[in-house]
Design a protein. Structure first.
Length: 374
């Protein structure tokens, strides 16, 4: 057996800093004597919405304000009263984060052996709940998608036979007044056939991955919706134009956003009449994200926010399921189709709604996909 070289052995050495960078939880390293932060990993930057340059060298007070319980825990570790401190606490807002909000997190505080440093780690409890909800939603949508596909196939086969029999009966009937009934049967069969085709549409569509400029896609959607609602509706752009192209199917991504924006415009009918209807389309980069228990370094965030009446509480948990609609005239398939297409891109759609504000959040990871059909 070939012996490993010294260079190979050095390359294989464990790199603690690199390991901390890969951690999904936020980590800070503090100087034990001064309490100042000497290191912050990428997850801490994401959680605090601050760059590493602003975090390193600052104190916990600067980040979290007068966090009395956090200070007590830090003092206990500094004095050696406890080796490890664990607790669910509320992280406040300090001078370095004036425009941000408080959040609940599970905190781990411990001294690092053989060094004059303290290890501080946390994960946001709201994010954990949100992640579990997203995973549950993705699983639920996938199961219902398979159910509806199988059901659609089962319905489609006898529909052809019913329509054919009705046509033959219509041809044979001597009394024209009776033919009105066969025409009703044929019309209703055709309506059901259209519905079945809509249920099967996402599975028939081939997904072709190629570089997509997401803002070009969003501008196309904006033009289409404003052409249908030329008065009383404002679609406000809030773009991060530095975003790189995403690997995806342009037609499917346009359909996703179009379905959501069009639904929002329909929900804003009362405000459109008043002339103060607003839809904001916002794009941002998302870093260190987890989707369906998979970690990605970077993702695309699209928020579609409207000032409408909100989604009824009794359907918000099932809004992405087939045939669920908040509109009397809706088919309940638009959001199902959107969720299916986004899942084909490895992402998800979530929604938060209250009277006066509904926010549809689309998140898609930046990842290399081979050109393939699904």
């Amino acid at each position: 057996m070939r012996k490993p070289t010294k260079r190979a052995a050095e390359a294989a050495l464990f790199n603690p800093v690199e390991a901390l960078e890969q951690m999904p939880n936020a980590v800070l390293i503090l100087d034990k004597e001064s309490g100042l932060i000497t290191y912050a990993n990428m997850a801490a930057e994401v959680s605090l919405k601050l760059s590493r340059k602003l975090i390193v060298g600052s104190s916990l007070f600067t980040l979290f304000g007068d966090a009395e319980r956090l200070e007590e825990m830090l003092v206990s570790v500094q004095h050696g009263d406890f080796e490890v401190q664990r607790e669910d606490i509320e992280f406040g807002v300090g001078p370095a984060r004036p425009d941000h909000t408080e959040f609940m997190a599970h905190l781990i505080l411990a001294p690092l052996e053989d060094s004059n440093n303290i290890f501080l780690e946390w994960f946001e409890l709201d994010k954990q709940i949100k992640s579990e909800r997203e995973t549950r939603l993705i699983t639920q949508v996938q199961a219902n998608k398979e159910l509806m596909r199988n059901l659609a196939h089962e319905i489609k086969n006898p529909l052809g036979g019913i329509r054919g029999a009705a046509q033959l009966l219509d041809y044979e009937l001597p009394d024209n007044s009776l033919k009105e009934y066969t025409k009703v049967v044929i019309k209703e069969v055709d309506r059901l056939q259209t519905l079945v085709d809509l249920l099967l549409a996402p599975h028939k569509k081939v997904t072709v991955f190629a570089p997509v400029n997401i803002h070009e896609a969003l501008e196309r959607v904006r033009s289409l919706v404003l052409a249908e609602f030329p008065k009383g509706l404002k679609i406000q752009r809030n773009y991060d134009t530095s975003l790189p192209e995403i690997n995806g199917d342009a037609e499917q991504l346009i359909q996703v956003v179009l379905n959501i924006v069009h639904n929002a415009a329909q929900a804003l009918s009362a405000r459109i009449e008043k002339g103060d209807a607003l839809i904001e389309v916002k794009t941002r980069v998302a870093r260190s994200i987890t989707i369906a228990k998979k970690r990605y370094k970077m993702g695309l965030d699209i928020h579609i926010i409207d000032n409408g009446p909100g989604i009824p509480a009794d359907i918000i948990e099932t809004i992405f399921l087939p045939l669920v609609s908040g509109s009397a005239s809706g088919s309940g398939l638009g959001l199902t189709l959107a969720q299916t297409y986004v899942q084909k891109h490895g992402g998800f759609i979530a929604v938060h709604s209250e009277p006066g504000k509904t926010d549809f959040h689309i998140q898609i990871p930046y990842q290399l996909n081979e050109n393939r059909g699904e």
